[in-house]
Design a protein around this ligand. Structure first.
Ligand code: 1CP
Length: 341
């Protein structure tokens, strides 16, 4: 039974609108915090398929969401490529050795680090209620590379952007390596039961146009082409956060099945410039979900109205903040489900 979300990603303009929320599992939910405390940390949760499957399903038990997104992280790919990975309290992720100094060839790949993730996917798939869709995901090569090169998150990705200018051949090798592992990783998720996949490009917005073509569009196009050859029925959602006016070229050239929009994009503009019939996903400001109330509902309806004439998956423009009151999520989803446009 495909369901509203999968039908929309395949190009149908359905009512009511399907919805899921980026980072819908996580620290704003008390049941997540409880399980995380019990398992002792984020990576321990990810590598415990029973716990990770439970966390994937937690938000669906509470709210009328149409999709479950695999509970994992984009940095599992660098971990499988042989970097050490640690999530330090209050500091975010750390990868070592960082590729700003170490050569990619010095890493010893550990592909077994992907296997438990497939087990999580299979467990979620077996427990998923009918009509709900299981989404797999990976980071896009550019965004993953920014963490592999700098060894941590950074505000403007300058270490990686500089390496890409100074030594494009070395940086191309890093991107190509990530592309290959990502294709295998997403294929593994699909074979284990993922029904659609999303490519998260959180830092796509920091690149100059020619660099965006080379490091965002080209690698995402390669991933989409490879997945389509093997799994033509499985939709791929591209989410190039911050891409702005480059969105139309991204959609055309990568051939993603659906396009995720961040909250800086005006829905009326997006509807005008994007290819007719292309499904879109988004794009309520996560801060409106945090603040809630009448303004949240008003902006939600504005987004729904703007996309009435094309397939639309309702979502946020980025992940749910960890201090978001969970009641606001219920109110948001009632507004989406009540819209008949
Ligand atoms: O402390 C905790 O409990 C861990 C917080 C956390 C969570 C809940 C991290 C660490 N990752 C995740 C899960 C996660 N990450 C998911 C699960 C599914 C869901 O959406 O519910 C997904 C899809 C991601 C993707 C991810 N991880 C992205 C892309 C999307 C985005 O938010 O921009 C990025 C950039 C990461 C890296 C990462 N992992 C965790 C943190 C705190 C970060 C960001 C670090 C930074 O700011 O640079």
């Amino acid at each position: 039974m495909p369901g509203l979300l999968l039908d929309t990603l395949r190009g149908q303009n359905v009512r009511p609108r399907p919805a899921w929320l980026m980072r819908q599992a996580g620290r704003y939910l008390p049941e997540y915090r409880a399980l995380r405390a019990e398992k002792g940390g984020f990576l321990a949760l990810v590598y415990d398929p029973i716990a990770a499957a439970e966390i994937t399903l937690q938000p669906l038990r509470r709210f009328g969401l149409d999709g479950a997104i695999l509970f994992s992280d984009i940095l599992i790919v660098p971990y499988a490529m042989g970097q050490d990975l640690a999530f330090l309290a209050g500091e975010g992720p750390h990868l070592s050795p960082r590729l700003a100094e170490a050569a990619l060839a010095s890493l010893d790949a550990v592909p077994e680090r992907l296997t438990p993730i497939y087990e999580t996917v299979a467990l979620v798939k077996a427990a998923l209620p009918p009509g709900k869709t299981l989404l797999g995901f990976a980071g896009s090569p550019w965004t993953v590379a920014t963490y592999m090169v700098a060894g941590e998150g950074s505000r403007d990705q300058h270490v990686t952007r500089e390496l890409a200018y100074r030594d494009p051949a070395a940086f191309q090798a890093i991107i190509d390596g990530i592309v290959d592992v990502t294709i295998e990783y997403l294929a593994g998720q699909i074979m284990a039961g993922a029904e659609a996949v999303q490519l998260f490009d959180s830092w796509a917005g920091s690149l100059a146009p020619a660099q965006f073509e080379r490091w965002v569009i080209a690698p995402n196009a390669a991933i989409v082409t490879a997945l389509k050859a093997r799994f033509p029925e499985v939709p791929v959602i591209g989410f190039p956060k911050g891409a702005g006016e480059k969105l139309a070229a991204y959609a055309r050239e990568t051939k993603v099945d659906a396009l995720g929009l961040d909250e800086t994009i005006d829905p009326l503009w997006a509807h005008q410039v994007l290819p007719e019939g292309l499904p879109v996903q988004g794009n309520l400001d996560p801060l409106l979900l945090l603040s809630g109330g009448a303004e949240m509902k008003k902006q939600t309806l504005r987004i729904l109205d703007a996309f009435a004439e094309r397939p639309h998956v309702f979502n946020l423009g980025h992940g749910i903040g960890q201090t978001t009151p969970s009641e606001h999520v219920g109110e948001l989803l009632s507004a989406v489900q009540g819209w008949q446009g």
